[in-house]
Design a protein around this ligand. Structure first.
Ligand code: FAD
Ligand code: E0Q
Length: 457
């Protein structure tokens, strides 16, 4: 514990995934942590109406949880996913492994279960949590925030150092924007999502292969399904919000939706007995990328996680990236607790290039997921990448593996991916199979032309 962190007070807005982990990490380092969360306590009130929503946890997130001493507890509630199970329209399936072997897997975790585990950890570490306490405004000069009570009344609270973990629609960001031009830019994707369910056929069994992320790519849209420990899958349909059929606007009622699923996802629909109720009960979520030029207001307030850099979900990295943020910030703040302005500036300097990089890779992965996975040139590149990985493992690693199974900074993943892709295109020029390519000579070129991969990352 850093002695100078003792008695340093911090106020967190939002006890979601990033806020509850950051509260734990800071309390473990001796900070006096207070957290204000808009929603009621999910440990006593249930989570999101009891719906099971899950998300993919990869190496970066796991490392952050290890730092907090929580990795084993989380892994005990997770389902391993070895790869992408691609479902073609004719019902045939094909597993594309994510990594080289079972040491390179991602995990499906329950959002509610993970949040509850992190809230318990934050409290154990000494953080004070306040629920039903929505931040409604901030007086940065006076050092107070206004909190809205559920009954409509408000109260003021003293808060010197504000850390905004309040998600994509951040109230702290809105308050900061009244004082400074943070260069906010919100880029809507134009596609939305709706969550559905494939229930367990009974006794904890699974209707589909449990150890995979299922994906039904259909060109301009797709469905995915992630397993839950209870034997059910959470299904997410990603679809244009409006425009020509099919879009959410052209599926005005559950009858139209069912006809669409029957034509495009017949095998999935056959396992969805609650389709009608799910379609009607769950709203369409919107997707966007959030960019800010600045994440902080001097030494008074800092944004992190989705509040600073919300991204589209197609690489499964939003939480993972936010967890990296939490570790980076806790480390910097513990080293220099009396210099928040310097810490915030350094945090932004370190994390902004990586946040921009994962934003770009996540957008690119939507295109790759929804149509690329079936494209012959894409499959040929995958084949070549596998051959080069085997022959030059110190110099060649697919972007997916760098992002999901290492902590190589996201910005470095982008530059390496670019160099690797250019080299692969040059190796594939004039070929439509690997047959005529001398793979050992190709590997020699890889070692000569690409810098070695960082060790131990
Ligand atoms: P949030 O989780 O949104 O938490 C914000 C918290 O702040 C909430 O508890 C909220 O109630 C609270 N809050 C809001 N306003 C206030 C206020 N005014 N006062 C007080 N509290 C407030 N990421 C992955 O890593 N893997 C995945 O597979 C993945 N899949 C995804 C799928 C979808 C469809 C979507 C939309 C996202 C996905 N993500 C995934 C991204 C991930 O959900 C986010 O990156 C992550 O939840 C960000 O955490 P956060 O704590 O910053 O924000
Ligand atoms: C993962 C794991 C929502 C979502 C979450 C994900 C992934 C995808 C497609 C989606 C990316 C991939 N992916 O399979 O390449 O790895 O988290 Cl849509």
């Amino acid at each position: 514990m850093t002695p100078s962190a003792k008695n340093s007070k911090v106020t967190l807005i939002g006890a979601g995934l990033v806020g509850s982990l950051l509260a734990t990490l800071l309390a473990q380092r001796g900070f006096e942590v207070e957290v204000f969360e808009r929603r009621p306590d999910p440990r006593t009130h249930g989570f999101l109406g009891g719906r099971s929503i899950n998300l993919a946890l990869a190496e970066r997130g796991l490392r952050a949880l290890r730092q907090a001493g929580l990795a084993d507890n989380v892994l005990a509630q997770a389902v391993m996913m070895r790869g992408r199970m691609v479902h073609a329209l004719d019902g045939t399936t094909n597993l594309q492994r994510y990594g080289l072997d079972d040491s390179e897997v991602i995990r499906s975790v329950s959002r509610g279960g993970l949040n509850i585990l992190l809230l318990d950890a934050a409290e154990r570490a000494g953080a004070k949590l306040h629920f039903d306490a929505a931040m409604a405004g901030a007086d940065f000069a006076g050092g107070t925030i206004t909190l809205a009570n559920p009954d409509g009344t408000t109260r003021n609270h003293h808060a010197n150092l504000l850390l905004g973990c309040d998600g994509a629609g951040s109230a702290l960001r809105a308050a900061m924007l009244k004082h400074a031009d943070l260069g906010e830019r919100i880029e809507p994707l134009g596609h939305g999502y709706r969550e559905l369910e494939i229930p367990s056929p009974g006794s904890g069994r699974f209707a589909l292969e449990p150890h995979a992320l299922h994906i039904w790519p259909r060109g301009h849209y797709m469905c995915i399904a992630l397993p839950n420990t209870e034997g059910n899958f959470t299904v997410t349909l990603f679809l244009p919000a409006e425009g020509a059929y099919p879009s959410f606007a052209t599926l005005p009622d559950v009858g139209a939706a069912r006809a669409f699923f029957d034509a495009q996802f017949p095998d999935a629909l056959a396992s969805m007995p609650t389709f009608d109720a799910d379609w009607n009960a769950h709203p369409v979520g919107q997707l966007a990328t959030l960019y800010l030029d600045r994440w902080h207001l001097d030494g008074r307030a800092l944004l992190l996680g989705d509040a600073a850099h919300a991204i589209v979900p197609f690489h499964g990295q939003g939480m993972n990236c936010g967890f990296e943020d939490a570790v980076e910030l806790a480390t910097l703040l513990a080293a220099l607790p009396s210099k928040p302005a310097a810490v915030f500036a350094e945090f932004e300097r370190r994390r902004k290039p990586d946040a921009d990089a994962i934003a770009a890779m996540s957008q690119a992965n939507y295109i790759e997921m929804r149509d690329g996975v079936a494209d012959p040139h894409y499959l040929l590149k995958r084949e070549l990448a596998a051959a080069l990985t085997e022959r030059a493992p110190t110099h060649f690693m697919s972007r997916y593996r760098m992002v999901s199974f290492t902590a190589i900074p996201y910005a470095t993943c982008v530059t390496r991916e670019r160099a690797q892709a250019a080299l692969m295109e040059s190796l594939l020029a004039g070929h439509d199979s690997l047959d005529g390519i001398n793979l050992d000579a190709a590997a020699t070129r890889v070692r000569a032309e690409l810098p070695p991969l960082p060790q131990g990352a």
